[in-house]
Design a protein around this ligand. Structure first.
Ligand code: GDP
Length: 437
């Protein structure tokens, strides 16, 4: 499998990035404190590709006098066998002479390099990204490993640059990554424990040690392996049976960045709030599949009215992702929970959809005929063909003369038609337009 090496000065955030990319779930596997801390090697799934991640921070103990010497010594062996090097610089500190030396050395190694500006939040980060161009290692990618910003894009960029090994591990054998998010009191903890079958399947360590254990694996009735990302500590909270402070929405945001399918738990007694919609939009923006669990259904007095209110609200306020499946259930009594996993599997499948190029272009021609392309600056736009470079979420590129000038309403028309024709409810769809000469 391809090897991705994370290199850079000490303290630029290599280990944090490593942990985020590896999904930290390995903390569960070898859960001896101290062992996980200087772990330097992990297998990770990035956008459907399996890669071996190497963190050179774990190799830094040998220390020649100069910083550049240290960087080089710790990375030399790793870089020589890298299929891709992530060269990490610190956006807050800016580009240093050691970074420049290292970049020059890296260029001579003839390995593909992806330049990552970490801690890229704020103005200093933006400046550092500009400055980083001067390293001559291509377009820098800004992230905040700590906050999770930009990680989805980074994973995509990495996946694009390593060889496709999806044959090596068929999709069915990778666990489906799931997160449960929602407002405080929506019933996330209750639902998570219900899904895990009252803790019988939990193989993680005891409370107190769980701080790093953020993922739980289980196999559902259908045989699908599922990995539940628990960044909010929902499980720990339920286990020790004490009302810890309610987990903030920011924990939800962190969780959804690590997931493929997101269950948005909504309190049916309360209806859909603005904050629920904001979370759903974030799921869309981050390119995840979404399923709504309309919880506390046992206590809803008028179910028809509740169902109607929810579907109206979704229709008017979430037009960018129509067709999100809504599962009514009670995490408390377990009623309806059996419908949730099938809905999750379905959403995952839709999110993974790949459409054959032939069928795609037949639809495309048809769609263009049904709605004439508009004039832009007095000339009619011409779109020629469409490809799907990737799934997860379904992503398409439309090529044509001045295609990038396609007006937004026409773009929307194409997305909606694509969604209807190929049956892609509840998943984000990315449609890009690229001009040809
Ligand atoms: P979280 O903050 O989203 O994790 O919510 P909790 O799981 O802690 O649940 C919040 C409250 O809602 C608790 O008092 C639960 O007992 C209650 N609750 C959770 N699910 C249900 C449900 O399906 N029906 C009812 N009636 N109450 C529920």
């Amino acid at each position: 499998i391809p090897t991705v090496v994370i290199a850079g000065r000490p303290n630029v955030g290599k280990s944090t990035l490593f942990n985020k990319l590896a999904g930290r779930r390995h903390a569960l596997v070898s859960d001896t404190p101290g062992v996980t801390r200087d772990r330097k090697d992990a297998t990770a799934q990035l956008r459907g590709k399996t890669v071996r991640l190497v963190d050179t921070a774990g190799l830094e103990e040998a220390a020649p006098e100069t910083l550049f010497g240290r960087m080089r010594a710790s990375s030399e062996a790793a870089v020589s066998e890298a299929d891709l090097v992530l060269f990490v610089v610190d956006g807050r500190a800016g580009i240093t002479p050691a970074d420049e030396h290292f970049a020059a050395w890296l260029r001579r190694q003839n390995r593909p390099v992806l330049l990552v500006v970490n801690k890229a939040e704020g103005r200093a980060g933006a400046n550092a990204a500009l400055e980083a161009f001067s390293l001559g290692l291509g377009t820098p990618i800004g992230v905040s490993a700590e906050h999770g910003d930009g990680l989805a894009d980074l994973m995509g960029e990495i996946a694009d640059r390593v060889p496709d090994n999806s044959d090596a591990e068929p999709a069915g054998e990778r666990p489906l990554k799931l997160a449960i998010i929602g407002r405080p009191n929506a019933g996330k903890s209750t639902l998570l424990n219900r899904l895990l079958g009252e803790e019988r399947m939990i193989t993680g360590p005891e409370p107190g040690l769980t701080r790093d254990a953020v993922a739980v694996r289980f196999t559902d009735a259908d045989g699908t392996e599922i990995e539940l990302v628990d960044t909010a500590g929902l499980r720990r909270r339920a286990r020790i049976e004490q009302p810890l402070e309610k987990m903030s929405v920011s924990a939800s945001i962190e969780a959804l960045k690590m997931a493929e399918v997101v269950v948005l738990a909504v309190d049916a007694l309360d209806g859909i709030h603005d904050q629920d919609l904001q979370l759903a939009r974030l799921v869309e923006r981050e390119g995840r599949a979404c399923v709504i669990a309309l919880n506390k259904w046992d206590a809803v007095p008028d179910r028809n009215a509740a169902r109607r209110a929810v579907s109206d609200r979704l229709q008017t306020s979430l037009a960018q992702m129509p067709g999100i499946p809504v599962v009514t259930l009670s995490a408390l009594t377990g009623q309806g929970v059996d419908k949730l996993l099938p809905a999750i599997r379905k959403a995952h499948a839709v999110w993974n959809t790949r459409i054959a190029t032939g069928a795609l272009n037949r639809w495309f021609e048809d769609a263009l005929e049904r709605h004439q392309l508009p004039l832009v600056d007095g000339r009619r736009l011409k779109l020629r063909y469409i490809t799907q470079p990737k799934a997860r979420p379904p992503t398409f590129i439309v090529f044509g003369t001045r295609a990038e000038q396609t007006p937004e309403d026409y773009q929307r028309y194409l997305v909606n038609s694509l969604r209807d024709t190929f049956g892609l409810p509840g998943t984000p769809i990315r449609l890009q337009f690229r001009g040809t000469r």
